[in-house]
Ligand binder design. Sequence first.
Ligand code: ASP
Ligand code: MG
Length: 420
Amino acid sequence: MKIFKFGGASTASVQRIQQLPAILRSYRDEQLLVVVSAMGKTTNALEKVATAFYDGAREEALQLFRQIKDHHLTTAKYLLVQNYLAAEAHLRDFFTEVEWLLHDKPVREYDYYYDQIVCIGELLSTSIVSAYLAESGIGNQWIDVRDIFRTDGNFRDAAIDWAWSERQVRDNVRPLFNQENMVVTQGFIGATSDNESTTLGREGSDYTAAIFAAMLDAENLTIWKDVEGVMNADPKQFPEATILHELSYDEVIEMAYYGAQVIHPKTIKPLQNKGIPLYVKCFLDPALPGTVIHKKSVKGLPPIIVLKPGQVLIHLHSKDFSFVGETGTERLYHLFSEIRIKPNLMQNGAVSLQICLDDRPDKIDRLALAAAELFDVQIERGLTLLTIRHYDAEVLQRLTEGKQEVLRQQTAETVQILMK
Ligand code: ASP
Ligand code: MG
């Protein structure tokens, strides 16, 4: 059995969806579980619906939702003939779910409504893709992943109940392959024991696919993207970026940790636990080799470059110039977890601490306010964090030239430089 994941880019238009059968047909004799995320930018559009609804702007929410409906209905109409009516009925069930809710007044927390609304994107895209594949002669079964993946009620960042979900996969997903070689389902979403929809965090479809791979003991997982594979830098920032054909799990975890937008960071662990290889391939040209990520360590990697803009540096000074003690640092770590914010870099001296974080103004303000009870606080904004793994003198020189360096941390493997 193999797991495939198709992201928003691969279903962003009628033409893109029309390319899927050709890719899938060449795996005809294999058992395939196909995870699909929402079409194009649908998740962003649904977020706007959720916000309007929560702000009490019902008409605006309904109007925004109407655009999403029309877009999906039009896509279905272009793609489908025999299966159109059945697919339309399926889509309309989901539309109704949301419209019902939009006619209510919000009484619960925002994140709850966000999940009830945003989860629809994946349900719509998979309904269309499943019907289109069937019409193209690729028999498949559509399932609602909310019946399979149970989560806690931490809306927008729900955690999977592993034992419960694994039982569902064994009892209700595995047997489906006795009827058809393909199952099509959603990434990114789940449900609580009360049948409330949940989401696993933005870009969470990769993670869903990895969980299925682990629970089904898949041979491998392929994530189909609109890029050639994993690159050593973002080609939009560095046109000279090159593809990395082979990486270890650990390398990818490091890259994601430093902010590379490669693969959802949670994705690797379930695969690593079971030693399941991950392929990143290009749906625009499936013949390209792409990248394989596996447990073998990979030697001779080129410098891997990650740029993270929008950084803030918080300078903390002990108030009376006594050493920064355990109480202060302990309190700080508590604050990080309370506020749910993760430092990207920390450096401490005798009487001072410097912390670099993503600039989420609301969270930074909370942190600064609480830290001010223990320290003198100064905040420096508008910084960029450069991380280079496997660096050499040349690349370091080239990327820091003419930049004002604020902070540097360096190990044999990795250098991080906070710059203005
Ligand atoms: N559709 C969701 C998002 O855009 C999940 C995903 O694409 O992985 O975040
Ligand atoms: Mg996506």
